[in-house]
Design a protein around this ligand. Structure first.
Ligand code: SF4
Ligand code: SF4
Length: 436
């Protein structure tokens, strides 16, 4: 009798705890959805052994290329508490930026239009960092007030491994392309994290559902995957066109094609994207609830500038002037035009010189002789990386004897070793200059 009564008490106690965990999760999820986040996951503020091993391997094999900032702060990447010692839970927020329409067909067309530019989808709208951070702050204020915790927010700017935490939080699994893949939302996801000093019950991690698929590995133009689930970033077009400073190694230039900011190829092909709803559809579902909640919270936070629009999709839809942009138009852009066109865009990080470097590689791949005048002008650019890239584009587009004539003239006055080397390589054997 006593035992059975004890069991009943124990069972009822367990049910009560389970209910309160469910309530907590439901409240957190509801609040995150009201703020426009697509999905939310909860995990302890630490990386599991597998994620830690992956990060160590990435750095040990120098797959981070010239991103020395990545290896310098490896300990913090491995241990979130090295960033904030009070952190106990990571609440991971995902925002879907799933593009509209037939994205694969669209990419095929964009690649075929060799005088047009291709920008990765995540950068076609407004810079997600600012937008998501403001909403994470609203969420964190609510979390602190509601649960009496302290909290800090992160969006890809500190040495926090957001993706590794997302894998533990149940939002998705790590695909063979190393991206987070969600069964419901595919792989077009921005991530942000709220670290909390309170211990919340965690979600279960999601099982790998890549199966025998290898589409992302097969499609990569630069063979950047040494094996499934491992990315050699130093070979990846996203790294080469965005993170890498200096001249882009010759071996990758042809493969880059007309991608001037990032690459989406290994995302576009993922079959799980077919289950993803577009960012606009997800906003539609929230409707008025979202704008009411945002304005109420903005007023409570005393910040009238938090949002101009309540809909995430308004920020991430492609800017009209980025669609159907031409290499020639962008090569003619000056500093002022660059600032104006890319205000509030992630592309501004590249600076005009970085964009011109990429545009010249695209020009060299275009086969479009009408770009020769802009390329010739870039041969006199004040930036040696731009000049060196212009030499390659010139070599690809100009008649051989005209190239040689110009090379001899330029070599008499060119002081930069980087640029001289490009001219000399161009004067050397033709096939090796393209690929060597
Ligand atoms: S982003 Fe492009 S280059 Fe980089 S791994 Fe994916 S397919 Fe390869
Ligand atoms: S394309 Fe295939 S292998 Fe690659 S992440 Fe998607 S499901 Fe996995």
């Amino acid at each position: 009798m006593a035992i059975s009564s004890g069991r009943r008490v124990l069972t009822m106690g367990k049910i009560a705890v389970e209910d309160s965990v469910k309530d907590e999760r439901a409240e957190i999820t509801a609040r995150a959805r009201q703020l426009g986040f697509t999905d939310v996951g909860i995990t302890p503020a630490r990386l599991d052994a597998r994620a830690r091993a992956r990060l160590r391997e990435f750095v040990a094999e120098r797959q981070h290329g010239t991103m020395d900032w990545f290896s310098r702060r490896l300990e913090e990447r491995l241990e979130p508490r090295a960033l904030w010692s009070s952190a106990r839970t990571a609440i991971v927020m995902a925002v879907a930026y799933t593009p509209e329409g037939e994205v694969r067909e669209q990419l095929t067309k964009e690649l075929a239009d060799k005088s047009g530019v291709i920008v990765a989808h995540y950068a076609r709208g407004s810079d997600y960092h600012d937008i998501i951070k403001k909403r994470l702050k609203l969420f964190a204020r609510w979390l602190c007030a509601h649960y009496g915790t302290e909290a800090k927010v992160f969006v890809d700017t500190a040495a926090l491994s957001e993706k590794a935490l997302a894998l533990g939080s149940g939002i998705g699994w790590q695909g063979k392309n190393t991206q987070l893949v969600s069964r419901r939302h595919g792989c077009w996801l921005f991530l942000g994290v709220v670290l909390s000093s309170r211990l919340f019950a965690s979600n279960l991690a999601v099982a790998d559902s890549c199966g025998s698929c290898s589409r992302c590995l097969d499609v990569c133009p630069t063979n950047a995957f040494p094996r499934p689930y491992a990315l050699d970033a130093s070979r990846c077009i996203s790294y080469l066109t965005i993170e890498h400073r200096g001249v882009i190694p010759r071996v990758f230039r042809v493969a880059i094609g007309n991608r001037v900011f990032g690459c989406d190829d290994c995302l576009v092909v993922c079959p799980w994207n077919k289950f993803a709803r577009t960012a606009r559809d997800l906003d539609e579902e929230l409707g008025e609830k979202l704008s009411e909640k945002l304005s109420e919270q903005s007023v409570n936070a005393g910040d009238n500038s938090i949002e101009q629009s309540s809909r995430m999709s308004d920020y991430f839809s492609p800017r009209a002037r980025l669609e159907s942009a031409r290499i020639g138009d962008w090569l003619r852009m000056d500093e002022e035009g660059f600032r104006e066109l890319f205000r509030g865009s992630a592309i501004k990080r590249l600076k005009l010189s970085g964009l011109r470097r990429n545009l010249l590689i695209a020009a060299g791949n275009s086969g479009d002789a009408s770009l020769l005048a802009s390329v010739e002008e870039a041969l006199g650019d004040k930036d040696e990386v731009v000049r060196a890239s212009a030499v390659w584009a010139y070599w690809r587009l100009a008649e051989r004897d005209i190239f040689c004539e110009r090379a001899e003239l330029s070599l008499r006055v060119e002081a930069s070793e980087v640029v001289r080397e490009e001219w000399l390589a161009g004067l050397g054997s033709e096939p090796s200059y393209v690929q060597s």
